[in-house]
Design a protein around this ligand. Structure first.
Ligand code: SR1
Ligand code: MG
Length: 421
């Protein structure tokens, strides 16, 4: 269903200033002389229009949803209401993890427009990972962001009535949820119409599609994604949803926000770092020159998990006010140990989910519709297939063996072995 309001009009660089000029929030930032506004369309994602609008007074991002999937065209309609879910996710994330998401200046539901803070000189993390750049503080910010948004959006923290209302609100995001259910958890495992892959991977793809253990585990993960409304997720937390400068890390684009299992966001994030790790030979200045950088990526992954668990544990001990594992039944009854035991169990569940969701993310970014620039920009087909095959090997191991991998070091070691074999 895609009911488009008759007043909806996509913006263009020619019409933007005239259409947004009357809005006070924008004139406050850019000045009222719209002839001085300069707009550039920079959207390179799969779905939306994105404009940078600058004047000599300031700059903003104007993001507008299109009524279809930009990656595919108008043959695949998509509701404009995703802009509403992105807006609601951003205002919640701003409260739960202050300083990590763009400030919103203006929202128009009918036009599906969000005007928000322009991060400059930041770039999309995925581009930086291809260029071999390091960023101080990246892992810490991402680990804190995950712990704070996931904990504070759950029944560990939220007022139960508000949380139930929120679950109902985001449950309306049916079409975007369906994209994830289909593209991440189903399409990769059969010859779906929208799939594509590097031809040199034909034999490996056929093997994976006949791999019963993999299919069963991928579907256990799909059941968890569909049935476990544990917290408000970003829903699309890959390295294209992170912006970085030398000193700052920001998280953008939560239009796929929904209630789901905590491990989904962290898993997608780590899966994208592991794919960037395996893609480095495709971006190396000369063979073998990215080894130190690959180590840096694995260090980032390790640190994200360490910071996540440490902050999640702190929140558990200091901020647990929701209906789950109530302090009155644990610490206040003199059962501090029970509280720590429950925390350890929860973290272990999140860890196993994280590995599994990382694995399905790696597999879908190689076999399904939406791939990643780290691999797509490797011009040499053999080299690209080689990088992708290594990722797939790790992805399969994460999905199938996640219950037997009990620490990050075991995953890091496995990634290192796969990278050189
Ligand atoms: C049709 S949309 C394809 C992918 O792009 C988005 O960023 C999500 O990752 C989605 O799965
Ligand atoms: Mg996006």
């Amino acid at each position: 269903m895609n009911n488009i309001d008759p007043d909806y009009q996509p913006l263009t660089t020619d019409t933007l200033a005239a259409r947004l000029g009357p809005i006070k929030a924008l004139t406050d930032l850019l000045g009222s002389d719209t002839s001085n506004w300069n707009s550039k369309e920079v959207g390179d994602g799969n779905l939306n229009l994105v404009f940078i609008v600058q004047s000599d007074q300031g700059s903003v991002i104007v993001k507008q949803a299109l009524p279809y999937v930009r990656l595919v065209g108008d043959s695949w309609p998509l509701p404009l209401k995703r802009s509403f879910f992105e807006y609601h996710a951003l205002i919640r994330q701003a409260k739960r993890a202050p300083g990590t998401v763009p400030e919103i200046y203006y929202f128009n539901e009918i036009q599906a427009i969000i005007v928000m803070e322009f991060f400059t000189p930041h770039v999309i993390l995925r581009q930086s990972l291809m260029a071999g750049k390091t960023h101080d503080g990246l892992a810490d910010t991402l680990g804190l962001y995950c712990a704070r948004t996931l904990f504070r959006g759950s029944d560990l923290s939220m007022d139960t009535a508000k949380r139930k209302a929120d679950v109902a609100l985001f449950a309306e995001s049916v079409e975007l949820c369906d994209i994830t259910e289909t593209l991440v958890f189903s399409d990769p495992y059969f010859d779906a119409e929208r799939n594509h892959h590097t031809p040199q991977l034909d034999a490996l793809v056929a093997t994976l599609r006949n791999d019963v253990d993999l299919k069963v585990e991928a579907h256990h993960l799909k059941a968890k994604f569909c049935n476990n409304a544990e917290t408000m997720l970003h829903g699309d937390l890959h390295t294209g949803s992170v912006m970085v400068s030398d000193t700052e890390t920001k998280v953008i684009d939560p239009e796929f926000a929904l209630y789901g299992p905590m491990g989904f966001d962290i898993g997608m994030l780590l899966g994208n770092f592991w794919m960037a790790y395996f893609a480095q030979p495709g971006h190396a200045e000369a063979p073998g020159t990215r080894a130190d950088y690959q180590d840096w990526i694995l260090g980032v992954v390790d640190r994200i998990w360490t910071v996540f668990t440490s902050e999640f544990s702190r929140l558990w001990r200091e901020e647990r006010t929701g209906i789950l594992y109530e302090k009155t039944l644990f610490e206040d009854q003199g059962h501090a140990l029970a509280s720590e035991q429950a925390l350890a169990h929860r973290l272990n569940d999140i860890w196993q989910d994280t590995l599994g969701f990382a694995g399905v993310e790696i597999i879908r970014r190689t076999l399904s519709l939406a791939h990643i620039a780290e691999n797509e920009t490797i011009k040499n087909d053999e080299l690209r297939a080689d990088c992708e095959a290594r990722g797939l090997k790790l992805g399969r191991a994460l999905v199938v063996n996640r219950a037997r991998m009990n620490c990050m070091a075991s995953v890091t070691d496995l990634a290192r072995v796969i990278a050189v074999e």
